[in-house]
Ligand binder design. Structure first.
Ligand code: NAD
Ligand code: TDX
Length: 382
């Protein structure tokens, strides 16, 4: 059995990674550490938690005792750190929490892992490590800042974060580099572009838009909608992390993403069109559509051509410091590890929308807490 500590495993990408690993490998045991913030949901892992190869620990990555206890309870050989505050808009409202979780949490994980993996010292005084151990930091393309109309982020693009979120992720990356240089700790950093797919929390663009379309609500597009993101289907990201973890050169950074650039407004239009088509073609999805009833018109699946269209789009006040364009050059991971995105955006978006249409219980569950309050605060005055 190989033991993995997967932090943030109840969130969007972390849960997809847990599912991927348990399915792909028989000889793995995953210990999930997650403190179940608004973004973490145990319902997402209900099948995995029945698997004896999966253990869930509710706890904070900043809590040294919790992390130490995991290392003394299990022979952890790999740490994959997904745990983070991940939403740019929330980071603009409350930067401190982002620095706390994303930077100090990362340092705490590194520290406990280093102590548990050290076997002695080499002749130069550097720590010597158990064979085969690795710490992987799941980072983001946002650490490189914002691009103009042309060009791509490569691993050597200077770090130039512009939001509290991206600054905190950059801080985390730098502390990982420090542990690699100072203590020769075996690490990798992956920097991925925007993910989409199942279990994405509906505060992020694609799942928020799907939810609002089904409810007949306005679709808030920040600024003029021309900002560009490079979208990657979440399973492709999981495959990249698996490759880097097992085959990546120690100490290296790998960019993950590639050539799926879309303007936000294109995404919104395509999503409206696809939801409408799927609802018309599949009567079994009709119950997912709870179009708002207002005084003048009733929005139901029977009359979706009348209301489920671009008239739902509303341009709202732009995000502060909104990065204009992200785009990844994945040449390094493609050349060294033979990774490339397998799911075309046109297929991935249909798969994703189908998943949301079929999993309304999940959406209702994760938005049953403070979601309405968040939505009012974030969008009420825009
Ligand atoms: P998410 O917000 O959906 O999930 C984060 C998870 O971390 C949640 O389960 C939450 O409960 C947990 N968590 C938060 N603070 C914690 C703490 N202090 N201790 C333990 N657990 C804690 O995020 P995501 O979209 O799945 O992103 C996962 C990682 O990937 C993040 O590090 C993010 O920066 C990075 N990333 C995300 C994207 C993307 O498009 N979503 C792209 C590139 C990189
Ligand atoms: O309501 C909205 N309207 C809108 O126009 C929301 C929520 C977003 N947007 C825009 C802002 C961005 O240009 O859509 C784009 C995507 O926004 P998000 O889904 O919030 O993602 P982004 O800010 O690009 O960050 C995401 O990708 C990189 C993740 O949330 C990060 O965790 C990851 O590092």
């Amino acid at each position: 059995m190989k033991y993995y500590l997967i932090t943030g495993g109840a969130g969007f990408i972390g849960s997809n990674f847990v599912k991927f690993m348990l399915k792909k490998y028989q000889d793995v045991h995953v210990v999930i550490l997650d403190n179940l913030t608004y973004a973490g949901n145990l319902g997402t892992l209900k099948n995995e938690l029945k698997d004896p190869r999966c253990t869930f620990v509710k706890g904070d990555i900043c809590d040294q005792e919790v992390v130490k206890k995991i290392f003394s309870g299990y022979p952890i050989r790999y740490v994959v750190n997904f745990a983070a505050e991940s939403h740019v808009d929330r980071s603009i409202e409350n930067p401190q929490l982002f620095l706390q979780t994303n930077i100090l949490g990362t340092q705490n994980l590194l520290d406990v892992a280093k102590k548990n993996w050290t076997t002695g010292k080499d002749e130069k005084g550097y720590p010597a490590y158990l064979d085969g151990v690795k710490y992987l930091q799941v980072s983001t393309d946002e650490v490189y800042g914002s691009l103009g109309e042309t060009g791509y982020f490569t691993e050597t693009t200077p770090l130039d974060p512009r939001s509290p979120y991206s600054a905190s992720k950059t801080g985390a990356d730098l502390i990982v580099v420090a542990y690699s240089e100072t203590y020769k700790m075996p690490v990798n950093i992956t920097r991925c572009s925007n993910n989409y797919g199942p279990y994405h929390f509906p505060e992020k663009l694609i799942p928020l838009i799907i939810k609002n379309i089904l409810e007949g609500k306005k679709l808030p597009v920040y600024g003029d909608g021309t900002n560009v993101r490079d979208w990657l289907y979440v399973e492709d990201h999981c495959k990249a992390i698996d490759l880097v973890l097992h085959k990546g050169r120690t100490g290296e950074v790998y960019n993950v993403g590639g050539h799926n650039e879309k303007q936000n407004i294109q995404i919104v239009r395509l999503t409206i069109e696809t939801v409408r088509r799927l609802l018309k073609e599949n009567p079994e999805y009709r119950s997912a559509c709870r179009g708002e009833v207002n005084s003048s018109e009733k929005k139901t699946p029977d009359n979706i051509d009348d209301w489920m269209n671009d008239s739902l789009i509303t341009y709202v006040t732009d995000r502060l410091g909104h990065d204009q364009r992200y785009a990844i050059d994945p040449a390094k991971i493609t050349k060294e590890l033979a990774w490339s995105p397998e799911t075309k955006f046109e297929d991935g978006i249909v798969k994703t929308i189908r998943w949301y249409l079929e999993n309304q219980d999940w959406v209702n569950e994760v938005t049953s807490g403070d979601y309405q309050k968040y939505y009012e605060e974030m969008y009420g005055s825009r």
